[in-house]
Design a protein around this ligand. Structure first.
Ligand SMILES: Cc1cc2nc3c(=O)[nH]c(=O)nc-3n(C[C@H](O)[C@H](O)[C@H](O)COP(=O)(O)O)c2cc1C
Length: 163
C-alpha cells in the first residue's frame, strides 16, 4: 500500500478544480446560520438527492445536525461579496442587510441566488475532517436571468462569453 499524498500537494491539486459557489444555510431552535460552501454536488435524480461537505469544526455542521434540514443557495455571478462575507465575517453579522426569506424548512433562502435548493437530511457520513450530508430535495427555485459565480485557484471567475 503506498503512502497518502501530502496535504500541500493535495491542496494544490484541488485548487485546480473549478466549481460554483454556494451559501449553505440551516436553522435549528429558531436560530439561522450559513456559510460559504463549494463542496456541493447533485447525487441522484430519482429520488432527487444532493450532497454537501461541511467541516465538522464549522458552526453550520452543528446547526444542520440539530435541525435536520438545510438549503443550498447557488450564487449568481454578481454575488461574490456574499461568498466572502459568509466565509470570513463574524457569524452574527452574515445576514445583516442581506435580503432573504425563510423557506418551508426554515432554512434561509438568499434573494438573488441563481438557484435555491431546499433539503431535509437523509443521511450524514463522517469522513476525515468533514461531514457529508445527503439531502432529499423538497423544492428548487431557479432564477432564469442570471449566470453562476465560479471559483478557481482561490479566485472568483465568471463564464466566458460564447465564442
Ligand atoms: C470559496 C469557499 C468555499 C468554501 N467551501 C467550503 C466547503 O465546501 N465546506 C466547508 O466546510 N467550508 C468551506 N469553506 C469555509 C467556510 O465557509 C468557513 O470556514 C466558514 O467561516 C465556516 O462558518 P461557520 O463555522 O460559521 O459555519 C469555504 C470557503 C470559501 C471562501
Amino acid at each position: 500500500m503506498s503512502e497518502l499524498v501530502d496535504k500541500e500537494a493535495f491542496t494544490q491539486a484541488m485548487r485546480r478544480w473549478a466549481s460554483g459557489v454556494t451559501i449553505l444555510t440551516s436553522c435549528a431552535d429558531g436560530e439561522i446560520h450559513g456559510m460559504t460552501v463549494s463542496a456541493f454536488s447533485s447525487v441522484s435524480a430519482d429520488p432527487p438527492l444532493v450532497l454537501v461537505c461541511a467541516n465538522q469544526s464549522s458552526t453550520t455542521h452543528g446547526v444542520i445536525q440539530a435541525g435536520g434540514i438545510f438549503a443550498v443557495n447557488i450564487l449568481a455571478a454578481d454575488q461574490d461579496e456574499l461568498s466572502t462575507r459568509f466565509a470570513f465575517t463574524d457569524a452574527a453579522e452574515r445576514f445583516e442587510g442581506v435580503p432573504w426569506t425563510q423557506g418551508s424548512t426554515g432554512a434561509p433562502l438568499l434573494v438573488g441566488s441563481l438557484v435555491q435548493v431546499e433539503c431535509r437530511v437523509r443521511s450524514a457520513h463522517l469522513e476525515g475532517s468533514h461531514c457529508i450530508y445527503i439531502g432529499e430535495v423538497l423544492h428548487t427555485f431557479v432564477r432564469a436571468d442570471a449566470e453562476p459565480l465560479l471559483y478557481f485557484d482561490g479566485a472568483y471567475r465568471r463564464l466566458a462569453p460564447k465564442a
